[in-house]
Design a binder for this molecule. Structure first.
Ligand code: NAD
Length: 485
């Protein structure tokens, strides 16, 4: 045998190690545990064993794993109800409905009902469309797994010729787009393709997903090519691939076996998509988040003078926190949003001036700014004691925190110890509980709000500010000064 084997278990193990490290990182920073659910309808033995395997693997990696079992005669409405429930469940970040479904159920209706942001299998039309338009989404798991196998060989993909046999929505089509992203040249073949062997002989990377046992013969393969066998067809009491393994292994550079090829990786990629969804749910990855303060008008730094800095920070994809809405009231909050592009507002106590309350303290009308903040879920970081210290509220009893919280604004309590007003996080929570009657459930929600409003650990924040932002800003200023206009 000349070809090296691409073993599914080895590829899956490598990805699982990456997932495990990311999961630890996510948990340490946010306490978030990714939740993966599977819905299974009926008792198809192959599906059941696949689902049991998924549950075992995801629990082993530390996911919150749930399985919803429905009887084979469950109505479409009943399945849709479970999907709705999962779409709304904050603890579940990704889920899938195991196919095939019983004949009375329309698979398309079911897949379309899944929230695309929780579509762990990556088969929702929105995720397909995102793949097509090169946007970030969840790639179809089987195609994604095949990409991991190609990556495992460490062979370059750019400029190579890839031939795909099969044009299904779960393999051929999404895979062609993933390979195109990696700058390969693609041919997609199917049952109407003329002279398939000739086209295959051109392939540096040959992937077969036809479900036709041993379709790909040794003399179809270019010497040294990467050959990935996706097909799985029961023949007698054995599972057989699309590739005539005994012939191909003498010609190819790399070949994947069946069984033991793509299969073990797909479950892992399901978890990878779910982990990514969980990370995005706390907004801490892919957004380059950093919570730090650029003092606004109140601190003597009018936002207009800092437009370049904000521009720079946005280019670096960091989040911006602006303290506003204390001394200058709601106008400075508008400035923080409109001029600085703030992602969250510190203090914001005087937002209350943009609201009308009845005598019981219930909101009866919102001004334009308050409505905007409510609609956009812009996080407000309330610093109870510090707001009294700065004089933004005359006494702590009059602080609008609880009104904002009860009116469903996305408020959270000060996440830092504040030296100026000698405030600690513990003191903030104590005040909130003793004075405003918030309980443990509230505290949990406030913490989740804080997490969702995205901030890094204090040490990392300092590192960003001193190592990247300040020098970057300084360099930009020097460049601007050196321009002779
Ligand atoms: P599908 O039936 O939707 O598509 C099969 C494709 O192969 C079609 O595009 C068809 O045109 C093409 N095809 C069929 N016969 C051909 C031939 N003689 N020459 C050229 N093209 C031909 O199937 P699918 O859902 O994409 O699955 C394909 C195979 O991959 C099946 O064996 C399936 O079990 C397997 N599969 C395995 C995994 C895994 O995790 N290991 C996942 C998905 C699919």
């Amino acid at each position: 045998m000349t070809a090296k084997l691409i073993k599914g278990d080895e590829v899956a193990n490598k990805v699982r190690m990456e997932i495990s490290a990311e999961l630890k990182d996510l948990y340490e920073k946010t306490d978030q545990v990714p939740g993966l659910a599977v819905v299974i309808v009926g008792e198809n033995p192959a599906s059941l064993s696949y689902v049991i395997n998924k549950e075992k693997q995801s629990k082993k990696l530390g996911f919150n794993s749930e399985v919803y079992r429905l009887p084979a005669d469950a109505s479409e409405e009943k399945i849709l109800k479970v999907i709705q429930q999962l779409n709304e469940d904050d603890k579940i970040h990704g889920f899938m409905v195991q196919l095939p479904l019983p004949e009375h159920v329309d698979e398309k209706v079911i897949i379309d009902a899944i929230d695309p942001e929780k579509d762990a299998e990556g088969t929702h039309p929105i995720n397909m469309g995102k793949l097509f338009s090169d946007e970030k989404g969840y790639p179809a798991c089987t195609a994604y797994s095949i990409m991991q196998m190609i990556e495992f060989t460490r062979q370059p993909v750019y400029g190579k010729t890839a031939v795909l046999i099969g044009r299904s929505n779960i393999v051929g089509k999404p895979l062609s787009l993933l390979l195109l992203r990696r700058n390969a040249s693609i041919s997609i073949c199917h049952s109407y393709t003329n002279d398939l062997p000739e086209i295959c002989r051109e392939a540096d990377i040959l992937i077969s997903a036809s479900g036709k046992p041993e379709l790909v013969r040794g003399d179809w393969v270019k010497p040294g090519a990467i050959v990935i066998d996706v097909g799985v067809t029961p023949v007698g009491d054995k599972l057989t691939g699309d590739v005539a393994f005994e012939e191909v292994k003498e010609i190819a550079g790399w070949v994947s076996p069946v069984p033991g090829g793509v299969g073990p990786i797909t479950i892992t990629m399901l978890m990878k998509n779910t982990l990514e969804a969980a990370e995005l749910a706390v907004g801490f990855r892919n957004q380059g988040v950093v919570g730090f303060d650029l003092a606004g008008e109140e601190g003597g730094y009018p936002p207009k003078k800092h437009i370049d800095a904000f521009q720079y920070i946005k280019e670096k994809n960091f989040h911006i926190t602006i303290h506003a809405g204390e001394a200058f009231g709601k106008e400075s909050i508008w400035q923080a949003i409109q001029i600085c592009g703030a992602h969250r507002i510190g203090h914001a106590t005087r937002l209350i001036e943009d609201m009308v309350f009845d005598k019981n303290g219930n909101i009866i009308a919102l001004g334009e700014l308050a409505q905007y903040i409510l609609d956009t879920r812009l996080p407000l970081e309330i610093c109870l004691l510090s707001n009294v210290h700065t004089g933004a509220v005359d006494k702590i009893e009059n602080h609008p925190f609880i009104k904002l919280y009860k009116s469903k604004f996305r408020v959270f309590l000060n996440t830092d110890d504040r030296l100026m007003s000698d405030t600690t996080l513990t003191k903030e929570y104590l005040t909130a509980s003793e004075l405003f009657g918030i309980n443990l459930d509230d505290i949990e929600k406030l913490n989740i709000n804080a997490m969702k409003s995205s901030f890094l650990k204090h040490t990392e924040r300092l590192e960003y500010i001193y190592k990247i932002i300040k020098p970057g800003y300084q360099k930009m200023r020097e460049n601007l000064l050196s321009l002779k206009i």
